[in-house]
Write a protein that binds this ligand. Structure first.
Ligand SMILES: [Cu+2]
Length: 139
């Protein structure tokens, strides 16, 4: 019997985990703008992407994103969104810009803005949330 198989397997598994989602480098050297964030350091990255999946119930959006300079290469991957409401107006195929906040390796989308939307049947006028469409004038 050999215990060597176990010791060999561990670093290999670690490699697989590290390579799972591009290369997420350790936090770069601190810059001068850290006074605002007293707690855990949060880095923010701007993303340009196409929406390829939306799962509001899991607060998840799958983005086919361009390279995130200083963070990861272009790829399609799921992101957790900070708030479900960010996904309210998001549909498959939308081109979006997003802001990714990364704290202790946890990446969360804190802003999601559509820059180009897929074709819609008709534009929806801005309305207070939860309000029913106005009744047609009765003649
Ligand atoms: Cu990625």
């Amino acid at each position: 019997m050999s215990t060597h198989t176990v010791t060999i397997a561990i670093p290999f598994a670690a490699l697989l985990v590290a390579g799972a989602c591009g290369s997420a480098p350790e936090a770069p050297p601190e810059s001068a703008e850290s006074s605002a964030a007293a707690e855990a350091q949060t880095q923010r990255f701007d993303i340009r992407a196409e929406v390829v999946g939306v799962a509001p119930e899991r607060r998840e959006v799958v983005l086919d994103h361009e390279e995130i300079v200083g963070y990861m290469a272009a790829m399609a991957m799921p992101f957790t969104v900070e708030d479900q409401s960010l996904l309210e107006d998001i549909e498959l195929g939308d081109r979006v810009t997003a802001v990714l906040a990364v704290t202790d390796g946890e990446a969360v989308v804190v802003q999601l803005d559509k820059v180009e939307q897929v074709e819609r049947p008709e534009p929806v006028p801005a309305q207070p949330e939860g309000t029913a469409p106005p009744d047609p004038p009765s003649a």
